[in-house]
Design a protein around this ligand. Structure first.
Ligand SMILES: NC(=O)c1ccc[n+]([C@@H]2O[C@H](COP(=O)([O-])OP(=O)(O)OC[C@H]3O[C@@H](n4cnc5c(N)ncnc54)[C@H](OP(=O)(O)O)[C@@H]3O)[C@@H](O)[C@H]2O)c1
Length: 257
């Protein structure tokens, strides 16, 4: 049992891998983890971007170029954590969102490609991580509000994310007896490049943003650091009794309990 003085998250010297950490939600999570004393391996497909993002976090982050769709990625990343920082305590899986579109617009090839990076990539990473983690280890999946309710024009997300929530729940049940936690985070509208691109697709980004904002009780999009702080908490030892849940980080957007 760890005794905390006040609200110490217990992150000091712990080592996390954050995929899709070059920008957006992954980077925001890595930034908060590092601010709380953890060390991180962050990735994006583009090695230079990952390295630049890591440099922005100081000496307690390294950047690795790795595609979540590549079957060799999980082993490489866990090895990188051990090589650079000597241990491996947890994983946060973020990845580029799938292409937008209605069901009638999306080709088999788009479904397959999104399945490889968003779904199978997450399954492989999580599976490899739980094999290597010990008691107190944690796997987090960045999912979407589409877990709870379909989002207009994001048919692939609506198809794949609920399945990943089921996968996360199933894995949490399997590895709970070993003291390993698995949870999902479901962002609503957090102000990242991805969300700006989606808003721009409508042709009138400001109107799209206003319309989404109208459905958010807090009356605004979230800032990436607000998502990052939530992620750092849920991945930290301070959240030691939370597993098998998908937590909305959405300013109240989800209307169900
Ligand atoms: N922002 C939100 O409010 C929101 C809401 C619902 C769901 N989400 C989901 O949350 C995830 C992160 O969103 P975001 O807003 O942070 O997106 P983002 O701003 O587009 O950032 C995505 C990051 O992932 C990297 N990446 C993309 N494809 C990858 C791959 N195959 N393997 C490894 N890294 C990859 C990107 O770098 P490279 O392109 O260089 O690889 C980038 O660093 C997405 O899946 C998105 O659909 C976000």
């Amino acid at each position: 049992m760890v005794h905390h003085e006040g609200m110490d998250l217990g992150l000091k010297d712990r080592v996390y891998v954050v995929t899709g950490g070059g920008r957006g939600l992954g980077l925001a999570a890595a930034r908060e983890l590092v601010a709380e004393g953890a060390r991180t391996v962050i990735t994006s497909r583009n090695e230079k971007d990952a390295a630049a993002a890591a440099a922005g976090l100081g000496g307690n982050a390294v950047g690795v170029g790795a595609d979540n769709a590549d079957p060799e990625t999980p082993e490489r990343l866990i090895a990188a954590a051990r090589e650079h920082f000597g241990r491996f305590d947890g994983l946060l899986i973020s990845v580029g969102g799938p292409p937008a579109g209605l069901i009638g617009d999306i080709s088999d090839e788009q479904w397959r490609s999104a399945f490889d990076s968003v779904f199978l990539g997450a399954v492989r990473l999580a599976r490899a991580a739980v094999q290597e983690l010990s008691e107190g280890g944690v796997v987090g999946l960045v999912l979407s509000s589409s877990v709870h309710e379909p989002i207009t024009n994001l048919a692939i997300s609506n198809g794949l994310r609920p399945g990943l929530a089921g996968f996360a729940k199933s894995l949490a049940t399997e590895v709970g007896p070993r003291g390993i936690r698995v949870l999902g985070l479901s962002p609503g509208r957090i102000d990242t490049d991805r969300v700006r691109e989606l808003d721009a697709m409508s042709g009138d980004p400001e109107a799209a943003r206003a319309s989404s904002t109208a459905g958010i009780p807090l009356g605004r999009y979230g800032a990436p650091e607000e998502f990052g702080r939530a992620a750092a908490f849920f991945l930290s030892p301070a959240a030691s009794y939370l597993t098998g849940v998908v937590i909305p980080v959405d300013g109240g957007m989800r209307r169900g309990f």
